[in-house]
Design a protein around this ligand. Structure first.
Ligand SMILES: [Fe+2]
Length: 354
């Protein structure tokens, strides 16, 4: 069964619909950058009974979520709003688990471990990338390591997602680029993963079709409001595709690069994606062709527009990265199986080794 937000509200200026979908005391979970961009003030001005938690950190950890939950316990909200990028939405989502069931986030790693009734949750993305607004999973980091932990339950799905492209105009170009490439990778990995179904593939294809005509302007930094709206809708649709299927080898091999070298997620994924797609070509080449002829070279062209710096990795780290990639949950869903030795080969193909 596919879980989706009960309602998606789309269109420039649609943040103004927020009062129609919340009632009672609202807690907005966000980060200082979103406050500085003015988005939080706009949301607050629309509501009568609202408190703001602005302590969200990038790549939130278990403790970061615990701090938000502690704040929320003092506020006693009736609705949670996640306003920001994936970190804000995932911190808010994680808080739902802790408020309803107590304990720590690692108690909820996996699927369907939530306890009790969760507060209603409204997701308002300010980046067009993660698709977290359409997913029931919070992706968090374990304390003390950068190991990613996915905690999901159908109850954690947003009741409403508001997709307002006016909010994505404040992203710095680098963030817009990395988010767009991440969203593109979600459409492409979910389309071919071994749990994809006809239904999930419809989401993957629809996401790709919305992003494909506009991603070049997004990457060049020239996107109009309408084009940003398409990118935002495409990224959300790709989130639905992941929810209905999964990801694959590019995400599995990207995560160790982030954990060991602090490489930003979108940069890490796109560093690996073309090599993983070439690896998959013999299994799923027909799906790639259906998406677009010469898909892999087009992906490389898009990556070029984003002006990503090459990822440099010390030779001595490659086998560790490959080992960890082979243990990533997302890697199991790659259409062509990947063991550690295969990941090592992919890293050698994709990385600058020194
Ligand atoms: Fe991703």
């Amino acid at each position: 069964m596919t879980t989706t937000p009960q309602k998606i509200i789309e269109g420039p200026g649609s943040l103004s619909k927020l009062p129609e979908v919340v009632s009672g005391r609202v807690l907005i979970v966000t980060d200082p950058g979103i406050v500085a961009a003015g988005h939080v003030q706009r949301a607050v001005a629309l509501l009568e009974n609202v408190v703001v938690y602005e302590g969200v950190k990038e790549n939130p950890t278990e403790s970061d979520v615990a701090a938000c939950a502690e704040f929320a316990r003092g506020v006693k909200p009736e609705v949670l709003v996640g306003l920001g990028g994936g970190s804000s939405m995932d911190t808010a989502k994680g808080t739902l688990f802790l408020l309803s069931g107590g304990g720590v986030m690692s108690d909820y790693q996996g699927h369907g471990k939530a306890k009790g009734e969760m507060l209603p949750f409204v997701a308002i993305p300010t980046t067009a990338g993660t698709g977290s607004e359409c997913q029931s999973y919070a992706v968090l980091c374990r304390d003390g390591s950068h190991e990613k932990m996915a905690c999901g339950d159908p109850r954690a799905m947003a009741r409403v997602a508001i997709l307002d492209a006016e909010l994505t105009g404040s992203m710095p170009l680098r963030v817009a680029r990395l988010s767009a490439l991440d969203a593109l990778s979600h459409a492409l990995e979910s389309a071919v993963c071994n749990t994809a179904t006809d239904e999930s593939r419809e989401f993957s294809f629809a996401a790709f079709r919305r992003m494909e005509p506009v991603i070049e302007s997004v990457l060049r930094g020239t996107a109009s409001l309408a084009e940003r709206g398409e990118m935002l809708a495409g990224a959300a649709m790709a989130g639905r595709a992941i929810e209905a299927s999964m990801l694959g080898g590019a995400h599995a091999s990207a995560n160790p690069l982030t954990a060991h070298l602090g490489v930003a997620h979108g940069r890490a994924v796109l560093t690996m994606l073309p090599a993983v797609m070439r690896w998959n070509q013999s299994e799923v080449g027909r799906i790639y062709d259906d998406l677009r002829p010469d898909l892999i070279s087009w992906v490389e062209e898009m990556r070029g527009l984003a002006e990503l710096e090459p990822v440099e990795v010390p030779e001595c780290l490659v086998s560790t990265l490959a080992d960890e990639a082979s243990q990533q949950w997302t890697g199991r869903f790659n259409p062509r199986p990947l063991v550690a030795a295969d990941f090592e080969q992919l890293y050698r193909e994709a990385l600058l080794l020194k």
